[in-house]
Design a protein around this ligand. Structure first.
Ligand SMILES: [Zn+2]
Length: 304
């Protein structure tokens, strides 16, 4: 339910902890946490989620997000969550694996309880209780994944105003594998889902553009970031198990995923430069980038 402004509630806070007064209920509730930007409270929403009540307050504000002048390429993979063109790895959090274990044991218990059937058997108290516990585990994982995505994105955006990633067909990558390599593929699937790549990318795009920077996805088929060498731009064929980029042409060696991230940022910067020469750009996604690129280049000039 939405409670309109000043109709029965008041928030005593400056955005960092404080109290919420619900007048109709005669309640004063402690608020925890810190809002990134505080403003004028507009609506208060009371939400029931599985087991707990939550109060969510929206405020009218001017969001301010700082971003650095850095540029970064990001390779979202399976072995580690993210490889960056700076040569760093951001590790995969293993929420799902931990929760999956818990969920499995709870589900096992569920099978031993009376199952409700429409019209004949009512759900038992124990069955309901287990159902609730399973929901809680799922909710916890969803929350953790959401928080992780936002934290990682915020950290990357805080020092980079050009972020390049790869356009990925997540549906294709996470669909069930078949045949001999089924097991291997399932492991990859779990990792991919674990990280919530889509959520992290959305978060990155939103944050960097809000800060006046550029988010771009390089066309995978055209650029082939995994096969290409970030130094000499030649292609070297790799299989899934080749973890190191060992260039046949210029002899440079680099971690497979770091090399891919470096290729992505090099391509993105190249696009940005060529768009300034007024060259026509082939794909529509680059067209959008060209506009933003022009906007970004004005920035350092103004500061000089
Ligand atoms: Zn090379």
């Amino acid at each position: 339910m939405d409670i309109p402004r000043y109709a029965g509630w008041k928030a005593y806070t400056e955005g960092n902890n404080g109290y919420l007064e619900l007048k109709d209920l005669g309640l004063t509730i402690q608020m925890r946490g810190k809002a990134r930007t505080w403003g004028k409270p507009t609506t208060c929403t009371i939400i029931w989620d599985s087991r707990d009540w939550y109060a969510s307050i929206t405020v009218k504000c001017d969001p301010v997000r700082e971003t650095g002048k850095g540029v970064i390429g990001l390779d979202f993979g399976s072995k580690t969550a993210i490889a960056t063109s700076d040569g760093e790895f951001i590790e995969t959090p293993r929420f799902q694996a931990k929760a999956a274990k818990q969920e499995k044991s709870l589900s096992k218990g569920l099978r031993r309880k009376w199952k409700p059937e429409k019209g004949t058997i009512k759900a038992s108290r124990r069955w309901k209780k287990l159902q609730r516990q399973i929901r809680q585990v799922k909710r916890k994982v969803a929350n953790q994944r959401h928080n992780w995505s936002h934290q990682v994105a915020a950290e990357i955006v805080s020092s980079n105003s050009l972020v390049a990633t790869e356009k990925l067909n997540l549906k294709g990558m996470t669909k069930k594998g078949n045949g001999k390599r089924n097991k291997q593929k399932t492991g990859l699937n779990r990792n991919l889902l674990d990280v919530g790549i889509g959520m992290t990318k959305d978060s990155l795009k939103y944050k960097v553009e809000k800060a006046g920077g550029i988010y771009t996805e390089v066309p995978t088929q055209k650029v082939k970031p995994t096969q290409r060498c970030h130094q000499c731009w030649e292609l070297t064929k790799k299989t899934l198990s080749d973890r190191v980029h060992d260039c046949q042409h210029c002899r440079c060696q680099e971690d497979r995923d770091i090399n891919a991230a470096k290729v992505m940022i090099k391509y993105a910067r190249g696009q940005e430069l060529s768009s300034s020469d007024g060259e026509p750009l082939s794909s529509t996604s680059c067209g959008r980038m060209a506009q933003l690129g022009a906007k970004k280049r004005q920035k350092p000039q103004a500061q000089r």
